[in-house]
Write a protein that binds this ligand. Structure first.
Ligand code: 9WN
Length: 419
């Protein structure tokens, strides 16, 4: 039996369907985004498993020869979004952006297999080499010195674009005189006071210009590009996904893949440790150029449980942070610590709550026997939707819905939580 809200969520997924892939929200985000599709699949799986698989299979239409799965696939040009395919200049078919996004897909594939039947197993098996190539890309190109810590070359690659986490890396970017003028589109759809500032956007585009001009050569972008930071979200999502990929390799009895993944898993924890900050007493974003650490706890820090990172003592510190932050917010989990300066309850990734982060976080809490924390996070996720609808994100102090309406991943997570 479905209720009105579930029917509404299903209707949103169907309305955002562009034939094999969904757009995050009509207007503001008119293309296929990487981790949005992974979460969309979780929602589709509650009523149409074939469509769930299609959502993640179509993502790999954009996979690069070197294994990278880009963060946006531009299937048809839509002037409603900036920067479009020409600005990225990736010269791929289909046109794509030039960097990736948090690799959630292997975890979704494992989940589909373990909750499904033979057809799910068949499709996961078919996808398996592509997933291996993507993970290999992360471990090889984004961790060239094999430290176990992968880096990101653009805040957009984190999926948490405007988080104050990136300020330490972004402040070092020098905007060139020949960046040129451009017309942002995001502020046509959403109140500019909730979006990244113009100064931030100039720096985003400075990184894109650098990537375009070196032909998106990953080695050059990583070694010489304007930005290279470690992100707790990408690192912990990859840690989780490596283990999920290992479970698939065992299921498919693939000894070669098992050996390769075992190497990655063995390095992952050392990488996580490099993000530990004694000052913040937690896992935080780290600038891989300067070694500077972001000063505050975020919802990405809390994915340590999801990734299975940290010692018992470190996890106890993280639980202490979680409880204090939970006490200070009507709705959790905020994207920047409200006890810390820089918290903005409405501005993009500088305070608001995202359903997808909550979904992963709750799974991590549960896995570590923190049922009360998991329950609170899930309860708030559902409550914000009930109060405000299926918005892109929410104000942690009031529950007001912000950003794009009728948002695919908010609808998908709602379905995943109630099913
Ligand atoms: C840039 C689509 C994407 C999400 C990201 C979110 C936002 C884009 C933007 O929208 O990023 O990739 O233009 O702000 O931050 O997580 O995947 O929903």
């Amino acid at each position: 039996m479905t209720n009105d809200l579930e029917n509404r969520a299903i209707a949103i997924l169907k309305a955002n369907d562009r034939g094999g892939y969904t757009v995050p929200t009509a207007g503001l985000y008119p293309y296929q985004w990487n981790w949005d599709s992974a979460f969309a699949a979780l929602g589709f799986a509650t009523f149409d498993r074939d469509r769930a698989w299609r959502e993640i299979e179509t993502l790999f239409d954009g996979q690069w020869e070197d294994g990278m799965v880009p963060h946006i696939i531009f299937r048809k040009n839509d002037p409603g979004y900036f920067p479009g395919p020409d600005i990225w200049g990736s010269r791929t078919e289909p046109p794509t952006s030039g960097h990736s996004q948090p690799p959630v897909v292997a975890s979704v594939a494992r989940w589909l297999v373990e909750t499904g039947g033979r057809e799910d197993e068949r499709r996961a098996h078919e996808m398996f080499p592509k997933l291996m190539a993507w993970h290999e890309w992360w471990h090889c190109y984004r961790d060239p010195d094999e430290t176990g810590l992968v880096g990101i070359v653009h805040p957009w690659e984190s999926g948490r674009d405007n988080c104050p986490d990136w300020d330490i890396g972004m402040n070092n970017i020098v905007v060139p005189d020949d960046l040129g003028t451009y017309h942002r589109r995001d502020t046509d759809w959403v109140d500019p006071s909730e979006r990244p500032t113009q100064e931030t956007y100039d720096r985003y585009l400075t990184i894109v210009k650098f990537g375009r001009e070196c032909g998106w050569d990953h080695d050059i972008v990583v070694r010489e590009g304007p930005f290279f930071m470690a992100d707790p979200c990408v690192q912990f999502v990859l840690m989780r996904a490596d283990r999920d990929l290992m479970a698939l390799a065992e299921r498919f009895d693939d000894a070669r893949a098992r050996g390769r993944i075992a190497d990655w898993v063995a390095r992952d924890e050392a990488g996580a440790q490099a993000m530990w900050s004694d000052e913040a007493c937690g896992f935080v974003a780290t600038d891989l150029r300067t070694g500077s650490k972001s000063p505050a706890i975020t919802n990405a820090s809390m994915l340590a449980f999801y990734g299975g990172a940290g010692t018992e003592e470190q996890r106890a510190e993280m639980v202490r942070h979680a409880r204090e932050i939970l006490d200070g917010c009507r709705y959790v989990f905020p994207s920047w610590d409200p006890r810390h300066e820089g918290f903005e309850q409405r501005r993009y990734w500088r305070g608001p709550v995202w359903s997808v982060m909550n979904w992963m976080m709750a799974a991590g809490f549960e896995r570590h026997g923190l049922a009360d924390l998991a329950m609170r996070v899930r309860r708030d996720t559902l409550a914000m939707v009930r109060q405000s609808g299926f918005f892109e994100y929410f104000d942690p102090l009031t529950g007001e819905g912000l950003g794009g309406p009728n948002f695919t991943w908010t609808a998908a997570i709602h379905l995943a939580l109630v099913s």
